[in-house]
Design a protein around this ligand. Structure first.
Ligand code: UD1
Length: 382
């Protein structure tokens, strides 16, 4: 029997875990594949990391690089320094990276310089905003990847525009939605709403963690102005990211938040609890990337508190609306939701729960073995 194909799956920050879970699962179902799961330690709090492994049934990582929080350069460099010896020791044939966090670019860069093939899952997304650290991570990771797996057609256009050869690019769907579809029933069984005293569709969910929103006192205060008005209508549940928690103290906003009646601050939630909270909300207000996609599938209106999105299909086919951070604009969009203006959605093509299988099939099929790829594996030019 031929030597097993060695595949290293790298992850590190909260949104990575939902993306790597179905890939690790699909790899485990392949014969003659050896998987190495590496956690960079970019996120390390139990609520930001370990709980997701439990909720999503991801096996314990084989290696944890334990890098932790730091400035961008120190964190990215730290991951690279720690990941290189792991690659040298295990000699994987492939490194799979997901999403757009610092762990993504750091692991991709180490692998490509060692001559290891790199597959980027969730390639091609572009916000057009180079002040976002994630946008830089996306552009650079895509430029050095051997295989690029795209969630939506805009990704094919973006990569073609940047000169990425079409035979490296596959439109396969969305691994984050694989996870959502698989976990949906279990998430419905969460008792979170009962614990918080909430009824379905009678509250809003909010998440905020983008530096541009939570590190700027003027922007953050403006968002809170809008939230104060919204809480006069329905309560707003706010699972708070550690970065945002630090900012509240640093910017002197903690007292205001503590006294904002109707704003329910809770610790970061696990995946199943958060999906329960999101699926049953009247509306979600967020600056997250992935939540724009999850609300599209859940059919819940999503007001994105940003001026751009790298996921345009969630607007054209989903429930997402770009609202920005102006309080009046947030309130106007909220009023549209309450008046039941149209926020209907159709699931984007291939967001069907099988993206990870397509990815694993592509990576594990030797070059030249597939003469006629099935439709969903068709590359940009096919
Ligand atoms: C990172 C990603 C972002 C992603 C987000 C999801 C980058 C550049 N950013 O942002 O794209 O949307 O994760 O959560 O990779 N902290 C803790 N405990 C933890 C992790 C972080 O307290 O387990 C605190 C630390 O003070 C840290 C801060 O949060 O400095 C920010 O963490 P970091 O990983 O640098 O970036 P995120 O804002 O989480």
């Amino acid at each position: 029997m031929a030597r097993p194909l060695k595949i290293c799956c790298a992850c590190g920050a909260r949104p990575n875990f939902m993306k790597i879970a179905p890939i690790v699962d699909a790899l485990a179902r392949r014969s003659n594949v050896e998987t190495l799961l590496v956690h960079t330690g970019q996120h390390y709090d139990e609520r930001m990391s370990e709980r997701f492994f439990g909720d999503l049934g991801i096996p314990k990582p084989d290696v944890n690089l334990g890098v932790g929080s730091a400035s961008h350069a120190v964190q990215t460099g730290g991951i690279m320094k720690a990941f290189e010896p792991v690659c040298l020791q295990h000699k994987p044939d492939w490194v799979i990276v997901v999403g757009d966090v610092n762990s993504t670019i750091a692991c991709a860069l180490v692998a490509v310089k060692l001559g290891i093939k790199v597959a980027h899952v969730e390639a091609g997304l572009r916000s057009g905003d180079r002040t976002m650290p994630e946008e830089i991570n996306r552009i650079l990771t895509d430029a050095i990847s051997d295989l690029l797996f795209v969630t939506e057609p805009s990704g094919l256009d973006n990569l073609a525009r940047e000169g990425i050869p079409a035979d490296r690019v596959y439109h396969v769907g969305n691994v984050m939605i694989d996870t959502l579809i698989k976990a949906r029933e279990r998430a419905e069984q969460s008792d979170l709403l009962t614990k918080l005293g909430l009824s379905p569709r009678q509250y809003a969910t909010m998440t905020l963690h983008r530096p541009s929103n939570v590190d700027d006192v003027r922007v953050f205060s403006g968002i809170l102005d809008a939230i104060e008005s919204i809480t006069a209508d329905i309560p707003v549940v706010f699972p708070i990211h550690p970065r945002t928690r630090h900012s509240l103290t640093k910017l002197g906003l903690q007292d205001r938040v503590d006294h904002l009646k109707g704003l329910l601050l809770v610790e970061p939630l696990g995946y199943l609890d958060f999906m329960k909270l999101t699926a049953n909300a009247a509306v979600v207000l967020s600056d997250s990337g992935g939540i724009q996609e999850e609300t599209t599938i859940l059919g819940v209106p999503c007001l994105t508190l940003r001026s751009n999105t790298e996921r345009p299909i969630t607007i054209t086919e989903g429930t997402n609306r770009l609202v920005g951070v102006d309080p009046a604009a947030i309130l106007s969009a909220f009023s549209d939701v309450r008046q039941e203006r149209d926020f209907s959605a159709t699931p984007p093509a291939l967001w069907d729960g099988h993206a990870a299988e397509r990815i694993v099939k592509t990576i594990t099929t030797p070059p030249g073995a597939t003469t006629a790829p099935p439709m969903e594996l068709a590359t940009a030019t096919a």
